[in-house]
Design a protein around this ligand. Structure first.
Ligand code: SF4
Length: 226
């Protein structure tokens, strides 16, 4: 078994239950962990970067095309002590963490971020921005969803705006969000995976006509990695 496989298994199965009942998160000392694993970031600005993923359970945004629907119900994922999460993360050869979900900002993330930082790890956040920002991050990827719009405060913190394009109507949504983010925020349009063949030509045309936008693909799906 390779080191990466060993880390994947340890990260996925080494969970400690504080309580049988959810929630009992003690202000973020425990978090509902769905899975953690070592892979390569497949989307957005950091595509291609090896990173240790921490996926938290719970999301109330309800995107029809969500590819992690199993994570929506946080009650399925008993709270895990963040000391365990961080200890496993620190064993990873890569020093980059991607914190994703679900919607990670459903929980107070200050304690987790502080503990990861104490281990010298970089933290990248993937969020819809629909819950208040907590924690400290080296990179924030804001992926806004029409079902539950981002809170206004997070727009100015976003390093990257990643808008999912399911149909031509979503370009208006992308432009609305572009107006909200800061000047330095990097802009991406990403085809919804199941609509790729239909929307990809439209995205290519749009980006060519509006070159401040870039194309993001779910490269991990082409690589057949998680
Ligand atoms: S915000 Fe993300 S995790 Fe939540 S439903 Fe939408 S795609 Fe899924």
């Amino acid at each position: 078994m390779s080191l990466a496989d060993a880390i994947y298994l340890i990260g996925s199965y080494r969970r400690v239950r504080k309580n049988q009942e959810y929630p009992e998160l003690e202000g973020g000392k425990f978090l509902p962990l769905v899975e953690s694993f070592y892979t390569v970031q497949g989307e957005g600005f950091n595509t291609g970067k090896p990173a240790y993923f921490i996926r938290l359970g719970g999301c109330d945004v309800g995107c029809s095309w969500c590819d992690s629907k199993e994570s929506w119900n946080p009650k399925k994922f008993p709270p895990v002590d963040i000391d365990i999460i961080v200890k496993d993360a620190a064993m990873c050869p890569a020093k980059t963490i991607v914190l994703t979900g679900g919607e990670p900002l459903n929980y107070p993330l200050d304690s987790l971020c502080k503990a990861l930082k104490n281990k010298g790890l970089q933290i990248f956040l993937e969020t819809s921005g629909s819950s208040p920002l907590s924690g400290v991050f080296d990179w924030i990827c804001l992926s806004p969803k029409k079902n539950k719009k981002p809170l206004q405060k997070i727009y100015g913190k976003a390093d990257e705006l990643k808008v999912i394009i399911e149909s031509a109507e979503d370009f208006k949504w992308a432009e609305y969000n572009r107006q909200q983010v800061g000047e330095k925020c990097i802009l991406y349009l990403q085809p919804e995976w199941s609509r790729m063949s239909t929307v990809m030509p439209q995205i290519v045309d749009y980006v060519k006509n509006n070159p401040e936008w870039n194309v993001s693909l779910q490269a991990h799906k082409f690589m057949r990695i998680p």
